[in-house]
Design a protein around this ligand. Structure first.
Ligand code: UD1
Ligand code: CA
Length: 525
């Protein structure tokens, strides 16, 4: 790979079989995710903080699953149950994946101690011990799979015992520094943590990213030998490098060409930095895949979203969670979709907010539509200005174009929902269903008092309050009959001034409520 330089140190050792695209036989993964992350100043465990909508730990776990031919262990500790849940939820849909084993580190005694907790997962069983371990920090979300594969390639090429990923930074403060030998090869001799470093070591700008490949036979025997006599009183994983070098074992290193990728998130500032970088990577990925973004900088796409070819995203579109958009869609400005499935050829106009909903091909929505969880908008259906829907299935080609609330409803094909239609689905205690058959015409300002069923092809006159089921093909009118009184309005206007004066005076003296005004006016007439 051209983006990195490898540094060496060869000796003879065993071979691992590599498949550069898929999983690597004999490779196990350990993800360290037990720390609290004090420097985040948060109630939430650091690895649960999200980058581009995805908990940080899932970047490392996902990467591990993509490369590991053997087991993947995740070491949890702080908020162990929550971290476990997040991992379970993210990986539950995956079929035939290498099993993830979650192990607990009850006390956070350091990264070396964390990895040691995973030992039982890899105890020799049917499969035998892993040939190599890939060890990942849970707080390096920018790390790329191609880099990890390069690290493995270099490890194999050099028959190394440990191979470490490094980066050269302008400001290396906070990171472990890579101390290299003075001998010609300049091999890595040890890593010194920021807090243990002397002035000379602090001046080193090559840092440890926190990604390692370690020989299967060496790892746990080395971890057993760790000594916590350092500034933090912790068992440092990084000390295994010194142990290997001391024993004359080969230690190799890969230096990142793009140091951004090595960012370790310890603070909110670094979290914000990671967010910017990941967002940009995601945008570039979808642009490369054939998605048009009118203004990429204001287009926000979560890590877990997918978008089809020739879809056009206008400024300020936000796509979150498990949202999947089809091909040839247009999403106009200031629209946010969370966990939505959108078919092909869908047009969504400006200022829409959709959550946990499903929109089929060629549907047309917006502007100003609110879809709350559980909505299905079928093919070629139209949902227009100021319509709110919840747990509602709007049938193929049906239209709800203006100012409606549709909740807990099943609506058939080719239905017209008149402006201002309301499903009255809630009686103050419980929710009820509304069912509307195919081809129904609901006039404007219809109220449907649920539970209620309207039969196919029925016509509901404007302003009707539907309280009972309607048979198929019926016409329903339920509203007060109209009364016209000739000249009444003019007479009322003529009286208006006097009435107002008298009413105000009466209210001031007798404290009568203003509602009596109409009655008084009538009496006078
Ligand atoms: C670590 C490295 C440092 C490197 C840096 C890169 C060590 C001793 N230091 O430092 O050389 O430059 O990462 O970002 O490894 N964790 C546990 N259990 C623990 C302690 C930590 O699971 O007892 C986990 C954390 O949740 C985190 C990871 O290990 O995901 C790294 O821990 P952190 O405290 O962030 O280490 P750094 O000080 O950044
Ligand atoms: Ca860190």
């Amino acid at each position: 790979m051209s983006r990195m330089r490898a540094t060496e140190i060869p000796t003879g050792k065993k071979q691992v079989s590599f498949d550069l695209q898929g999983k690597i036989a004999g490779l196990a993964v350990v993800v360290m995710a037990a720390g609290l992350g004090k420097r985040m100043r948060s109630k939430q465990a650091k690895v649960l903080h999200r980058v581009a909508g995805q908990a940080m730990v899932l970047y490392s776990v996902g990467l591990g699953l993509r490369v590991a031919g053997d087991r993947v262990a995740v070491v949890v500790g702080h908020q162990a149950d929550l971290v476990r849940q997040v991992i379970d939820r993210a990986t539950s849909g995956m079929s035939g994946e290498a099993a993830i084993a979650i192990v607990e580190q009850r006390e956070q005694l350091g990264t070396g101690h964390a990895v040691l907790q995973s030992r039982p997962v890899f105890a020799v069983g049917k499969r035998g011990a892993p040939s190599n371990y890939l060890i990942l920090n849970g707080d390096t979300p920018l790390l790329q799979e191609s880099t990890v594969r390069e690290l493995l390639r270099v490890h194999r090429e050099n028959h190394a015992t440990v191979t470490v990923l490094t980066a050269v930074l302008e400001d290396a403060s906070g990171y472990g520094r890579v101390v290299r030998a003075h001998s010609p090869g300049r091999g890595v001799s040890r890593i010194v943590e920021d807090r243990d470093a002397n002035a000379e070591e602090r001046a080193i700008r090559e840092i440890n990213v926190g990604t390692y490949v370690v020989d299967g036979e060496f790892l746990f025997s080395a971890l057993e030998k760790l000594d916590p006599s350092n500034a933090q009183g912790e068992y440092y994983l990084t000390d295994i490098i010194h142990l290997a070098a001391e024993q004359g074992r080969p230690v190799a290193a890969v230096v990142l060409d793009n140091p951004d990728e090595g960012l370790g998130v310890n603070t909110r500032r670094q979290l914000a930095e990671a967010e910017q970088v990941v967002r940009q990577q995601i945008r570039e990925r979808w642009l490369d895949a054939g998605v048009t973004m009118i203004d990429p900088a204001s287009t926000w796409v979560d890590a877990t979203v997918t978008i089809g070819k020739d879809t056009v995203l206008y400024p300020n579109v936000t796509l979150e969670g498990t949202t999947a958009i089809g091909e040839d869609c247009v999403l106009r400005s200031s629209t946010r979709l969370t966990n939505c499935i959108v078919g092909n050829g869908v047009e969504i106009l400006d200022h829409c907010l959709f959550t946990d909903s499903h929109i089929e091909d060629d549907a047309h929505l917006g502007p100003f539509v609110h879809l709350r969880p559980g909505v299905v908008v079928r093919k070629k259906a139209k949902v227009g200005n100021f319509v709110e829907m919840k747990k509602t299935d709007l049938g193929e080609g049906s239209k709800a174009n203006h100012l409606s609330y549709l909740g807990d409803a099943t609506i058939g094909k080719g239905v017209n929902i008149g402006a201002g239609t309301i499903t009255c689905n809630y009686d103050g205690a419980r929710k009820f269903q509304t069912v509307i058959g195919d081809g129904v015409f609901l006039g404007s300002d219809t109220q449907l008092i649920a539970p209620v069923t309207v039969g196919a092809r029925a016509i509901i006159a404007a302003g009707t309050t539907v309280t009972e089921d309607v048979p198929e093909d019926a016409l329903v009118i339920a509203r007060v009959a109209q009364v016209n009184r000739a000249g009444w309005a003019a007479r009322r206007r003529a009286l208006q001034v006097g009435v107002d004066r008298e009413t105000t005076a009466t209210r001031l003296t007798k404290k009568q409520p203003l509602v009596s005004k109409g009655k008084q006016a009538k009496k006078r007439k």
